[in-house]
Write a protein that binds this ligand. Structure first.
Ligand code: ATP
Length: 505
């Protein structure tokens, strides 16, 4: 390393000497050397300010693209919570990579690529790392955006460079193979001909296709390409056809069991107080991704530290869930009339939620967080795969209950329900398109705006009438809840349920 640097230094001095000799010679011969001197001075200033270096590094075709280069990652499949199906698919694909002879004997064409699709933060990168660990493969990861450059040909050259590096590192890895992982692949591999600077994009994608076509089971280094995307619908079909990224593994939001596993994984290095129940926490975190759950565990530990506790307790986890869901608690001063209105509004949501889905409210609060002045946390007992008409109507009813409660108890509505209406509208629209309204089976393009408007309005109208009846029947529960919220700020689900049961009895 040192000798190479010395050689470079000597070279630089020799070039400088030769340059000075040349300029001196030209001067002696009577040539006008001023323009030359001016250019040299300009280059000197640019080099000194680093601008030239930056320009060079931007255009340098072999500039590094991979953020994690060559090492076998430490993440194992056991460190990834849930996704059992995805893990199984991966292990199968990797066994082809590890034991190509067995696959060849049966005439199996080894996989060249796997595409992970799913929402952000669900563990796609984690799975790719675990896959590389499983097969002792050198792991190269890059993001699609690292291949996007304004200079033509640079992206393509970077793709070539990445595969060259992977082959080199794979040769040295124990497993004799390499995994190339490209995150956000839709950035570099969107459908060809769509970008304004499409030639550069197309060249980059073409190069990726060429590299993948060049991978054969008889190579001395076996390379498996993995890619992840939140928008698989944008990908060029040439990339997803059989023989390229032909196995698609869906990495969805975790269900309740998977959430429990992920929470356990991220809580493993934290001392937990005896009152922490990860099963309940998994139920309370419906809709959270793995990244959200990791953040909940981390925030809970930070809160415990702030409290000067030696163990992370239930209240820390509860606070952390709210923080991850709604943002930091705000010290916003709320006028007392507004406080009452927020209590009535949230109380309306909570009472109606308990009526249409008993046992679903886990907490109702009027503590301002992020942009919300209060909120009701609901956690369904099971993660639904399909939703029925009555469930969807129930969701609409809950959305409308806040504003209706304000109207009934305070005589007028406020702007606080704008977001609720948006949600209610979106659910009703979904019902129309799923053929669940009086319009029957519809095709979106065949519907006029007016037809859609009327169908949604009819659904919302029916829901509003139902909300009004429910709230009138349970006006006592609503008043008691709102009064308590004004004083205590938060009421949990079991307390609310006990009041409502007592009122009925
Ligand atoms: P993106 O699509 O935004 O790139 P991703 O799906 O690749 O996200 P990862 O980067 O793998 O998500 O996950 C982010 C972090 O979330 C991980 O480092 C890990 O801490 C946590 N995480 C996500 N999913 C899981 C899981 N299934 N098990 C354990 N931890 C997880």
């Amino acid at each position: 390393m040192r000798r190479r640097e010395d050689r470079r230094q000597t070279g630089r001095w020799a070039a400088l000497g030769a340059g000075a000799g040349l300029v001196g010679g030209l001067a002696i011969l009577g040539v006008d050397i001023w323009p030359l001197l001016l250019i040299l001075a300009l280059v000197g200033v640019l080099k000194w300010s680093g601008a030239l270096g930056q320009l060079a590094s931007r255009t340098r075709v072999g500039a590094p693209v991979a953020s994690a280069r060559g090492a076998v990652p430490a993440v194992r499949f056991e460190d990834v919570g849930g996704h059992d199906h995805a893990k199984q698919e991966l292990v199968e694909a990797l066994d082809f990579l590890k034991r190509p002879e067995a696959a060849e004997r049966l005439g199996v064409r080894p996989l060249k690529g796997i595409l992970f699709t799913g929402p952000p933060g669900t563990g796609k990168t984690l799975l790719a790392k675990a896959a590389a660990n499983y097969s002792d493969a050198a792991f190269f990861s890059a993001s699609g955006s690292e291949f996007v450059e304004m200079y033509a040909g640079v992206g393509a050259q970077r793709v070539r460079q990445l595969f060259q590096d992977a082959r080199r590192a794979g040769r040295q890895a124990d497993g004799g193979c390499a995994v190339v992982f490209i995150d956000e692949i839709e950035v570099m591999a969107g459908r060809r001909g769509q970008h304004t600077s499409h030639l550069e994009y197309d060249q980059t994608l073409n190069q990726l296709l060429v590299e993948m076509d060049g991978l054969t089971p008889h190579d001395d280094v076996r390379v498996l390409v993995m890619a992840a995307s939140n928008r698989a619908d944008l990908l060029d079909s040439a990339l997803t056809r059989p023989g390229r990224l032909d196995r698609q593994v869906r990495v969805d939001l975790p269900d309740r069991t998977a959430r429990r596993q992920i929470l356990a994984l991220h809580a493993a290095n934290k001392p937990l107080a005896p009152d922490v129940d990860l099963d309940l926490l998994a139920q309370d975190t419906f809709g959270f991704s793995g990244a959200h759950l990791e953040s909940v565990c981390n925030e809970a530990a930070i809160l415990a530290l702030r409290d000067g506790q030696h163990a992370v307790g239930r209240t820390h986890f509860h606070e952390a869930v709210d923080k991850v869901l709604m943002g930091e608690r705000m010290d916003r001063v709320v006028r007392s009339a507004e406080r009452r209105r927020v209590a009535v509004h949230e109380g309306g949501h909570a009472v109606v939620a308990e009526l249409v889905r008993p046992g679903s409210v886990s907490q109702v609060t009027i503590a301002p967080r992020g942009r919300a002045l209060g909120y009701v946390r609901q956690s369904p007992a099971d993660d639904p795969l399909l939703e029925t008409v009555s469930e969807l109507e129930g969701q609409i009813v809950v959305c409308l209950a806040g504003s209706e409660a304000e109207a009934l108890q305070l005589g007028e509505r406020s702007t606080g329900a704008a977001n609720d209406f948006e949600q209610a509208w979106a659910i009703a629209r979904r019902m129309v398109l799923a053929g669940l309204t009086d319009l029957g089976v519809v095709e979106e393009r065949a519907l006029t705006k007016d037809q859609m408007f009327r169908a949604v309005q009819a659904t919302l109208g029916r829901a509003t009438a139902r909300v009004r009846t429910l709230l009138e029947q349970h006006a006592g529960d609503l008043t008691r809840l709102a009064d308590t919220l004004v004083v205590e700020e938060t009421v949990d689900g079991p307390t609310l349920r006990s009041w409502m049961a007592a009122a009925l009895g």
